[in-house]
Write a protein that binds this ligand. Sequence first.
Ligand code: F6R
Length: 336
Amino acid sequence: MFGAIYRLPEQIEEAVSKMEYSIAQFKASLVRTIVITGLGGSAVGGDMLRSYAADKCPVPIFVNRGYTLPSYVGKDTLVIAVSYSGNTEETLSAYADAKRRGAQVVAVTSGGILKKQAWADGYVVVTVPGGLQPRAAAGYLFIPQMLLLQKAGLLPDCGEEITETVRVLYEMRLRLAPQVKSEHNLAKRIASRLFGKIPLIHGATGLTETIAYRWKTQLNENAQTVAFAHSYPELNHNEIVGFDVPLELIEKIEIITLTSNHNHPRVQKRIEITMGEVLANTACGRYELPAQGASELAQMFSLLYVGDYVSAYLAVLYGLDPTPVDKIVQLKNRLA
Ligand code: F6R
């Protein structure tokens, strides 16, 4: 897992330079809606694209995590079916649903049934390198989706943002990699804060909400701990009322707030008030983590990168191997 996390900037570079994207098969001018369908580590790229593209893409983007597609899916929908293994039953079922309804389909996968079927059906197939855990392939799974939309004229040119993202990640890993001692390694220090605690990751509607959820799922799968995520401004309308629970419960919670200077200014104000006054007399731990870089893309990936390392370091603190997810495999086998 550590090797795969370390190589995130290389994944992004490879996705730009080595993978092939042909959009010949789909008619971008007909696309009125985009639905990205996938589960777990294969859905995170869709979440990121939805957040990133919200103010850039002329058509709405939805992320679907189930067996069927919403009723609005039809010929004018671009469905991007993402499954790293190519064998996830929910995604295969949603893919079949897309085909049945005559949607324009793109498959993003390293192989499996999805690749075979999508080839046979004549759809666009983006093949990503295999051999990783799906959740460790975020660069391979996200960048192709972004470039496909760019190529289709549904997103503006994102070349400069990708270049900045890669540069920021290369710089960050000099400070986050395993050989860097805790005093200088932010991810190791955050992992120590989370040790023995229930992580509660806060983001904000827009860029960081998605990344807060990614932290939660990485903490689940890599560190094998329960974890929760919520986002501003919504959490100001419910969750803050819940911090008056008994001390022995509240002191188990460690809040990590992911911040970005792309947040709405009122959201920034809300974070200040919440972290200061609202939580002032509660015993939960709290820590604010600002994004690195200037562009939206670099900021998203910088926060994701810290979270990936934190979850792997927390696994080590718990004496666990961050790579295998036996429970997920067992459940899939049980359903087979
Ligand atoms: C495992 C992981 C899981 C899988 C999910 C779907 O590393 O991240 O969340 O992503 O079980 O499987 P795929 O990605 O193969 O469609």
